[in-house]
Design a protein around this ligand. Structure first.
Ligand code: MG
Length: 379
């Protein structure tokens, strides 16, 4: 189905283009082409064995970075269609947004950042851009995937000032510019950002309940959850267990989608940007209403306290940090333990960080055991 795009949507025919110009590839437009490149990349396939909160060996049904990215793409596309934004660009950014994540979720990233403290640090958004700009090695004429500006802009969600200055020196006017000059990314990028938040708030509750670390009683502390659970029970007396959780989460996502679409449509009707570029000079346009924003923030605080800081999660992430830190030291001391491309790199620490960041959870554990002789996780 071909729906006319809003005048403020990103138009693939008016893309700022690729760093290396390439002829068009009809019938695909440039953003569909980016999506296809991302899906076929090596980094994308690795997402299946990378985790966020729970480590792979804890169970087969927990979200991985891959299923998370698919959920973000589903939510983002659905909202983009309703708002007449560019669904293809949303899909491309959503599928690529976590490509730079280390093994073991946030614990791995924090550990790698700590290891890289004296060598420029480690930022996962920047690493996602690095993956699509440099690290994928599959085309004869260039490194990376040579994606469009709009896709790269969406991938670089955050960036420190120091790194933005470095990126801008290499690419004046590139996607790092807004971190120095101000401004927002496209509406599609803003939308993926919130779809990401919607997806993890919802699936972390699901995974948290599945793991037994959070319970119905805990969830009753969250006003948004309690309200929707009461409504679900009123419609389905006697509903309980997993089906009740699923029903509440379904209602929660529907509520967030409807709220975000209505709030964003109203903001755009008021600001009426002339085109996609005019959006970049406006304050953020894609948002929840104030009321729902406060409820979502309360839910995030709940997840932080009850799940992300749960002693069992903290213990696992502590081990994960150790794996990353010890791998870093091992490769730094003996770079030839890495594949040839990484050994040859001029900046040894960055090459070690790139190599570790690309690992899946289980490959990192295997390498850790091979290099240190230790077995930190069961089995
Ligand atoms: Mg994400």
């Amino acid at each position: 189905m071909n729906v006319a795009l809003a005048r403020w949507a990103s138009d693939p025919a008016r893309s700022r283009g690729r760093r290396i110009a390439q002829p068009p590839a009809p019938p695909r437009n440039e953003h569909q082409r980016d999506r296809d490149r991302i899906v076929h990349s090596t980094a994308f396939r690795r997402l299946v064995y990378k985790t966020q909160v729970f480590v792979n060996h804890e169970g087969d049904l927990f979200r991985t970075r891959l299923t998370h990215s698919l959920e973000v793409a589903q939510l983002g596309r659905s909202m983009a269609r309703t708002l007449a934004l560019n669904e293809d660009l949303v899909e491309a950014v959503a599928l690529a947004h976590d490509l730079g994540h280390t093994p073991f979720g946030h614990a791995g990233q924090d550990a790698l950042h700590e290891c890289m403290r004296d060598f420029g640090g480690f930022e996962h958004n920047l690493q996602s851009l690095r993956v699509v700009d440099e690290l994928e090695a599959r085309y004869p004429a260039f490194d990376g995937l040579n994606l469009c500006f709009e896709t790269r802009e969406g991938i670089l969600k955050h960036c420190s000032r120091r790194n933005a200055e470095r990126l801008l020196r290499a690419e004046p006017g590139g996607p790092a510019a807004r971190f120095l000059c101000g401004g927002q990314p496209s509406l599609e990028a803003q939308l993926v950002n919130l779809a990401d938040e919607m997806a993890y708030n919802s699936h972390d509750i699901d995974d948290g309940v599945r793991s037994g670390l959070i319970t119905e009683q805990h969830l009753a502390e969250v006003a948004l959850y309690a309200r929707l659970r009461d409504a679900a029970r009123a419609d389905h007396p006697g509903l309980g267990g997993r089906r009740l959780v699923f029903e509440v989460l379904r209602r929660m996502l529907a509520l967030m989608v409807d709220d975000l679409v209505a709030t964003t449509a109203a903001a755009l009707a008021t600001s009426a940007p002339a085109d996609a570029d005019a959006v970049r000079a406006l304050p953020p346009q894609v948002a929840f209403s104030k009321g729902l924003r406060a409820e979502v923030d309360a839910l995030k605080r709940f997840l932080f306290g009850r799940l992300y800081r749960h002693p069992q999660v903290v213990q696992t992430t502590g081990l994960a940090r150790r794996v990353v830190a010890e791998l870093f030291e091992a490769y730094r001391a003996a770079p030839t333990e890495m594949p040839a491309d990484f050994v040859r790199a001029a900046d040894r620490e960055r090459a070690v960080a790139d190599y570790i960041a690309g690992m899946t959870d289980r490959f990192a554990l295997r390498e850790h055991q091979r290099l240190t002789g230790q077995r930190l996780f069961g089995e």
